[in-house]
Structure formats: structure tokens, C-alpha cells
Design a protein around this ligand. Sequence first.
Ligand code: CUA
Length: 334
Amino acid sequence: MNPSFQLLPEQASATARHLDHLTIYLVSVATIFTVLIFACVFYFAIKYRRRADHERAVEIEGALPLEILWSVIPFILMMVMFSWGASVFFEMSRPPDDAMNIYVVGKQWMWKTQHLEGRREINELHVPLGRPVKLTMTSEDVIHSFYMPAFRVKFDVLPGKYTTAWFNPTKPGKYHLFCAEYCGTLHSGMIGWIYVMEPAEYERWLAGGQGESLAASGQQLFQLLACVNCHRTDKPGRCPNLEGLFGKPVQLATGEIVKADEGYIRESIMDPSAKIVAGYQNMMPSFQGLVTEEELLKLIEYIKSLSKLPQQPGLVPTAGQKAVAARPAPGVNR
Ligand code: CUA
């Protein structure tokens, strides 16, 4: 057989294998029953055909065993589809806790990817082998769709919102990246490559980039935009203290409680009056149009890093936190 002809794309993640098995099951059940039903239609059409003009059919009052059989067998087959489908769905939608986060920004017509350590790429994404990767994705303009067939990942990338997808690469190599949502003239050119590298090779590649970590750039931006004047950590400020905020529940003025995730922080920067924290005034200006999607990611990473700071001396900070801690904050009164 021609090796370039494949029914299914290459499998480069564990999820890809699970999804393919499910697909094969669904297609097999559909095929078997289609063939069976059509065979019965033809067989009975011939067997019970009208042989003479005066021939009358005999009425049959039903057959309980037969009816039970054709209800129970499809029920079991469908329940297998349901439970198997649900388990694969949950596997695909829940990134493991230890997944490394990579940001993706879609834009007419390119994919921009951003590693937390600072390295940025366009229409390319380098990832280490055997480590789950979580993608946090957004768009600068219209709806795109991040599609990596070899990992069976295909997820809409929406403006004004973060969506997440994850995959665990199990095979080194170079794999296709597509945009799978028609997004304008050069949609078909919005393509790229995913490189799955051996971990050591990946570390070397990562170290080859210049620049600082996303959290450190975020901290600079936090000073530059004067966020720090109101969101103080040293004394009570006019706006909430952001230390330890990320991932925690926040009580709003309306009494509602929301979780401080990426989407909440994004909204609080772009549309601060949407959710007012209990005990504070609606006084923060909107940064809509003043910060780009990529700058937002930096600010989010900075706010995340504030939650990871060691609570007491003796805890070992991560590389990102060291970068934040080591950098003197410019423009701040000390
Ligand atoms: Cu982006 Cu199609």
C-alpha cells in the first residue's frame, strides 16, 4: 500500500490512540448495522414478495423475545458508546496538574506561541517528549481553530476569551499544525509545525532564546502601567492586593463568588467594572485597547507568580520566581 495514504493521521499522543480506538468502534458498529439492516431488507423483500394477485399477508401479533433482543442489544452498544465517549472526553478536557503551560495567540494569519521562560515562536511550537503540555489560547481578531492532527487536538481559539487544550507527546518528530476554522483570505496559509524534542534537547533549545521570563516582563508592565500604585502589597491600597490571588475564590460586591482564573483576570483588566470585589469601589479604568493580548498574558503570568511566592523562608522558588525576585522594580519608591 502507498505509505502516503493513511486512513488516520499518525498517532503521536496517548489520547490519539484512545480516540482512534473509539472512532474504530463507532465506525464498526455503524457499518455492521447498516450492512445487517440492508441485508434484512433485501432478504425479506424477496422472501415475502407477493407471488399471486389474490395472496394476502398473515397478520403477526408481535414476538416478545425478538423485541427484547432488538432493544437490549442496541441499548448495550449505545451505553458503551456513551461511557467510552465520556471517558475519552474527560481525558481530553482535563489537563494533568503537572502540565507545562504554553500560551497561544491566533491572529490573521499566524500562530504566535509563548513559553513561560520567555521564548516566543511564530507558526512553530517546540515541546519536550513525554511531558503533558497545556495550551492556553486566545485570538487577537476572529475565531481560529488550533488543530494538530497527530495529537488529535482541535480547539477553537476565540477573541476575548481563553480556551485550553492539552496533549502529551509520545513520539519525537515534526508534526503539522493547521488553522481549522475559516478566518479570511489567508486562512489556508495559517499553518505551521510542532516539534517534539528529547527533553535535554528541548532544554538546550529553550536556553537558546534571549529575553526574560513572562512573569518578569509582566512585572515590568505592572510598574509601567502604574497598576502598582493602587494594587499595593506593602500596605492596604485602593484596589485589591493581588498576592496569593490566583486560583482562589473572590467574593464580589454582588455577593457572588468567582474563581480568580485567567479569564477573570483578563476581564478585570479589560472591563474592570464587570466584577467589583466586595469592599472596593468601581474606580479602575479599562485597559481595553491599551494592552495587547500578549501583554495581557505577561500580566497574568506575573499575577500567577505572586501566588507562588514562598510563604516562609526556606522554600525553594522556581526559576520564574527567581527572575521576578532578582529584578529590581523600576520606578517604584523604596
Ligand atoms: Cu485562522 Cu483559519
